[in-house]
Design a binder for this molecule. Sequence first.
Ligand code: S3P
Length: 440
Amino acid sequence: MSSELNIRFTLRPGGSLSGNVRVPGDKSISHRSIMLGSLAEGTTHVSGFLEGEDSLATLKAFRAMGVDIEGPESGRVVIHGVGMHGLQAPAGPLDLGNSGTSIRLMAGLLAGQAFDVEMVGDASLSRRPMRRVTEPLALMGARIDTAAGGTPPLYLHGGSKLKGIDYTLPMASAQVKSCILLAGLYAEGETRVTEPAPTRDHTERMLQGFGYQVGRDGAAVRLTGGGTLKATDIDVPADISSAAFFMVGAAIAENSNVLLEHVGVNPTRTGVIDILRLMGADIEVLNQREVGGEPVADIRVVSSALKGIHIPEALVPLAIDEFPALFVAAACAEGETVLSGAEELRVKESDRIQVMADGLVKMGVKAEPTPDGIVIQGGPMQGSEVDAHGDHRIAMSFAMAALRAQGEIVINDCANVNTSFPGFVDLAARAGLKISNLDL
Ligand code: S3P
């Protein structure tokens, strides 16, 4: 795994971002394309697939369960589906690396299989909470062992007969919602999940794209087990979570003007645009269209003076992965930015509240963590050496901070940028970031 290498980013301060940028494919949609394509009847063609370590971990796991998958080659993947009951027992544990989405969604998908399966991950994934999925799955009849703290490895005992449940999520989590819905495909009767706030709905959309009936009443999503999936073609849009670094970079750096191309703008993902606009950013969403059941657009971002805001809590789940970048925007804004209702940030690939606060404070910014958020006072940023703690989004957020820093920024532990954004350094350098990386 590349997380065992220490990749260090070094950034000269200043500069601006410009030009057309197409960031890699959406991670959430890429994972789901492999999962549903594998279980479908027929051949699924995927384009725009994210060739990052996380989605590749999912791809390899399904290959290990006997699915014939060609590629990826320039984002193209061909999946020869085996049908709902065609997966085979893997020869050993499935290694899902750094990927929470893989392990949580696959826990649901594999809970109703006939065979046993063990799922393991890297040091970060091995610290992440899994009871949020194992508890509802146990209610459905699954038998799953975890490590003592409810963390991976997960050991799923095969041969369990699942039954549908009516479950209210204790937290706004698309991974937990998706896990339960995917288990519901194998359950007897109806499975119904109610969310406390809307979260990304790619699972629901893609199931429908594969011809599976999914109902929605208000905050509840439901499906009935025992159906089949029919192969389809999937065009994965560029990942708005990766585009977010360039949105923030272009907003904070003088003389910037960036056009982000073919970005997924599913309304359950666009909180970052809403929050940046509330801060005064100049963002245009252009050429909106629908591609394979997902809304897509080009996004133009021009530099502007940002101001601090109280971030509306309703936007938190809709921007959950973009907060590290938004904290950098807040550090460059005039006045105070307050985030609350975001305790989920503490259980991501790192504790994103603490790790961002530590780095911003090192850069001379006033950033005070709270149990469920942070208070950031905009102000000058000094050059500094900071630690990404192996978290891809932390590394890329601090890289963008260099555009406004007064001295060199060095970021340690950046190898996991490859989990979601292979080619980040080259693409960012082409757009104007003064970045180089060192393989230590
Ligand atoms: C994801 C859901 C979110 C997000 C993650 C991807 C998904 O996680 O942070 O990067 O693809 O369903 P949570 O469900 O834990 O919020």
